[in-house]
Design a protein around this ligand. Structure first.
Ligand code: SAM
Length: 198
């Protein structure tokens, strides 16, 4: 969860701690809000070809750091939906994003949030799928498909095993749901992929 240069061990520790405590301890909050993490998020988002005016869903927004930069990227005519299932992280995201007028924050499972069909241009997923049980992943992907506009995109960033999720597993879920892989970038510790709604 820290910046790319720090060890995946810290990433794993944070993930375990988050799963154990409903209210994340201050250490986790520190990692998810510290300036290095913010710089990492800013750089990652700056490299994405997201158009101003886009409607983007930040799935599993955590403390909202990525939503903040996504909101800047889409600009005043765009919109970001920041969603998460953790009430305490959503509270932190609300603080983080209080000045972002183009962000809407929602708590709950994606399929409970009643997004309109074909209403979202892009879904951004950063280090979330590996924390979800297999069944929930597929259910979420089917909901992504429903709410994405035609030719809409899903951008995924996930850690690889032993602490993350196998690329093949992700590919299988998205293929089963009928989404087309458009990009795949692998590094030894993580991967990113883009899927398109046909
Ligand atoms: C490792 S954190 C990443 C947070 C954020 N995306 C980031 O990179 O800073 C994983 C997040 O996924 C969220 N999450 C896990 N399962 C989820 C689900 N079914 N729906 C939405 N969010 C979920 C967790 O609550 C947590 O905020």
């Amino acid at each position: 969860m820290l910046c790319a240069k720090t060890s995946s061990t810290s990433e794993e520790v944070i993930r375990k701690v988050m799963l154990q405590w409903e209210r994340p301890p201050s250490l986790v909050v520190f990692f998810l809000s510290n300036p290095v993490y913010k710089m990492w998020a800013k750089r990652k988002v700056s490299r994405l070809d997201i158009k101003p005016g886009s409607i983007v869903l930040d799935f599993g927004c955590g403390t909202g750091i990525f939503s903040y930069y996504l909101a800047k990227k889409v600009g005043p005519h765009g919109r970001v939906f920041a969603i998460d299932i953790s009430e305490s992280l959503i509270q932190l995201a609300k603080k983080q994003l209080k000045r972002c007028l183009n962000v809407e924050i929602k708590l709950g499972e994606i399929w409970q949030l009643d997004f309109d069909p074909e209403s979202i241009d892009e879904i951004f997923i950063h280090y979330v799928l590996h924390e979800m049980p297999q069944k929930k992943r597929y259910k979420a992907v089917l909901e992504f498909l429903r709410i994405l506009k035609k030719a809409g995109k899903i951008r995924i960033f996930e850690p690889r095993p032993p602490h993350g999720i196998p690329v093949k597993g992700v590919e299988a879920i998205f293929k089963r749901a009928g989404l087309k892989q458009n990009q795949l970038n692998l590094s030894w510790r993580s991967f990113s992929a883009v899927y398109l709604k046909k």
